[in-house]
Design a protein around this ligand. Structure first.
Ligand SMILES: Cc1ncc(COP(=O)(O)O)c(C=O)c1O
Length: 453
């Protein structure tokens, strides 16, 4: 049964959902039509939002426009891919020029050398390969760690998302009942269709907890190939690493002959010019990038140390794909790295980051709301909790209904945040401006006032 406070929140959500639906009759009609030909009426299950999917018409700069013509400040950023904003002139130029010269050869083009060189400079890892999605990149990283070490087990963090391949679709969002004790978490398949034989090869540790990794390494001596981890967790709001965690994690794994992969698919260029790797000074054995790297074009990259990438070069592990290093993706990634994510762009983003964090923090204080703002470069979110969140168990305790209500208020107020409540973050693009952030903060104030009233 709902408490009085919860029933008030439910009423607020119902009211906002009604406004949402009223503003978007064309989206509703498209969603209806789509159900006849698209499973669930969408092109990816993550596009099923409540109360209904939002169908977009186009994007320009820092804005997107829905099928009904409503304008939004786009802080959804295509789930973290939209760092360049929409139709950035440098990306448009590069892609247009490449389209006219051919979009696919399955043979390397010179841009791949420029992109790999720039990634090597930024991430401090000497050799690179390319793929098409974050899932492909982390799949190759896991395969490579296993192949190189000759070991089958991997460690991943509870609540970490690394794409939709079998080895990492484990304990992504388990509920408390199935997750097992915090000190001894279970390996829970995150989707139907993942054989137990594979799930059992993925061991689960807690983020920010070296002891949980040490325990797994001790329990399985000589059997762990490596660990894959988001160096800042970004599929559970934003959970930063505690000081020293990443460096000591690398030492611990190496002491046991195991490797470390940083999944920087989400963090990557969004947190800074060389991702968390450069910020922390901890260079892992492998790094996976995707999302923002292509300026809106599908591309992924895997960087590695010389021993690992020489192993790939020798053919001992076949890292392959028809569209790997596709010329269109390479042209876009080159433009992204050399023309879009410049030092000047990062300085602008830093100003906007501070503006958003300060503005929302002030509102939280004004209304004495439980919550805090966490940011990292272009990324940020509000965590509706009085307690600090250091790992997935802490994240589980955070109230999700407030996040959903916040999302609705932002949406109805013309700011498109990523859906999925407390899981996702905003992404500021290089094309956003101060009024965009001011709209975010103003909507947050309207939301807070409604909750407090
Ligand atoms: C950290 C992380 N790794 C990997 C992936 C998978 O990327 P993709 O959806 O491009 O396959 C995601 C997607 O959200 C992600 O957040």
């Amino acid at each position: 049964m709902l408490t009085r406070a919860n029933s008030k929140l439910a009423d607020i959500i119902a009211e906002q959902e009604a406004i949402f639906v009223k503003r978007q009759p064309k989206s509703a009609a498209l969603a209806d039509r789509a159900k006849g030909v698209l499973a669930g009426g969408v092109t990816s299950s993550w596009q099923i939002t409540q109360p209904q999917p939002v169908w977009l018409s186009h994007g320009s700069g820092g804005k997107v426009y829905d099928a009904d013509g409503n304008e939004y400040v786009d802080l959804h950023g295509g789930y973290g891919a939209g760092l360049a904003g929409h139709a950035h002139p440098a990306i448009v130029r590069a892609v247009q020029a490449q389209v006219e010269r051919g979009t696919h050869f399955a043979q390397p083009t010179e841009n791949a050398i420029v992109v790999a060189g720039e990634l090597a400079r930024r991430w401090g890892l000497p050799r690179w390969r390319f793929a098409n999605s974050g899932t492909e990149a982390t799949m190759d990283a896991v395969h490579l760690m296993r192949s190189y070490t000759g070991r089958d087990l991997i460690i991943k963090v509870e609540g970490g998302y690394h794409g939709h391949h079998d080895s990492v679709q484990v304990s992504v969002m388990p509920d408390e009942a199935e997750a097992g004790p915090k000190e001894h978490p279970a390996s829970v398949p995150s989707s139907a269709g993942i054989p137990a034989a594979i799930t059992d090869l993925t061991l689960i540790a807690q983020f920010n907890d070296l002891a949980s990794v040490a325990r797994l390494l001790d329990e399985h001596p000589g059997q762990v190939a490596g660990m894959i981890v988001e160096p800042i967790m970004m599929n559970a709001g934003i959970i930063p690493p505690v000081p020293g965690y990443l460096g000591r994690l690398k030492e611990l794994l190496h002491d046991h002959g195991a490797l470390l992969t940083f999944d920087e698919v989400k963090t990557g260029l969004t947190v800074g010019p060389g991702g968390v790797t450069r910020q922390s000074g901890v260079i892992p054995d492998l790094v996976c990038l995707a999302k923002s790297l292509g300026g809106g074009v599908a591309v992924a990259a895997i960087g590695g140390t010389l021993p690992l990438m020489d192993y790939v070069a020798s053919g001992s592990y076949e890292m392959v794909g028809t569209f790997n290093g596709n010329p269109l993706a390479m042209a876009a990634a080159r433009a992204m790295l050399t023309e879009v994510v410049t030092d000047r762009a990062y300085r602008r983003i830093e100003g906007l980051r501070q503006r958003a964090a300060a503005g929302i923090s002030t509102v939280l204080k004004d209304f004495q709301m439980n919550g805090f703002v966490v940011t990292s470069g272009a990324k940020g979110c509000v965590v509706f909790s009085a307690a600090d969140v250091r790992d997935y168990r802490g994240f589980l305790a955070v109230d999700d209904s407030l996040s959903h209500a916040h999302w609705l208020f932002q949406h109805n107020g013309g700011v498109f945040l990523p859906p999925w409540g407390k899981i996702e973050q905003w992404l500021i693009s290089v094309q956003h401006e101060e009024p965009d952030i001011d709209r975010l903060v103003a909507n947050f104030r309207t939301f807070a006032a409604a909750i407090a009233s």
